[in-house]
Design a binder for this molecule. Sequence first.
Ligand code: SAM
Length: 230
Amino acid sequence: MTRASLDKQPHEVASMFDDVAANYDLTNTVLSLGQDRFWRKEVAKAVDAGPGKRILDLAAGTATSSLPFAATGAYVVPCDFSVGMLREGKRKHPHLPLTAGDATKLPFHDKSFDVVTISFGLRNVVDTDAALREMFRVTKKGGRIVICEFSQPTWAPFRTVYTEYLMRALPPVATAVSSNPEAYVYLAESIRAWPDQRGLATRLQGAGWSQVAWRNLSGGIVALHRGVRV
Ligand SMILES: C[S@@+](CC[C@H](N)C(=O)[O-])C[C@H]1O[C@@H](n2cnc3c(N)ncnc32)[C@H](O)[C@@H]1O
């Protein structure tokens, strides 16, 4: 069993996700108390996919995050670097063009997508800024980025309870439902170490994105960041 450490060595991250691939979707739903479905609906609204649009779903894992975009008739490319996650995704969704690729060195031409999106993936990428620059490079002028990621609850008392819940409750619950509970220790640690809403917005601007803004979901447990390539 593998868990990544906070320096997020790519081979450790990929192999950790290889290990959890089989139970990944179910574990997410259990641990988020069903909130993951609501978050995905909000991502779909922000991405606003439709026929004729080209969407890159980066760090797509098993491609569950790609389904709402594909359902609109858009052309969606789910991309990930974990072979285990891609294999599980291909088994479940054989019609989708799952593609192996590293977020810091994307295997796509410049300006090839209308929207690039990443759900619960950016936090795991070894070099956040490189990934944001790569997402910028492959986006058409006028195209958009949508990032869905864990963030910081905005109400301080809740933030404290939440942090306690994460650090104490997540690993024991994960032991019951996950094939790799250690991965959920990493999850809790990586959420605590991740920049807050404003911090991530600044990183987006640094990578070239304009009109950067965000919206909190579930009181800031999750934030949806967006930006435009002008
Ligand atoms: C928590 S999963 C999210 C999967 C999916 N987006 C979802 O919402 O269910 C994070 C994914 O990020 C992928 N990942 C992490 N670093 C990556 C990188 N540098 N390049 C591509 N994928 C990466 C992992 O392999 C994993 O499948």
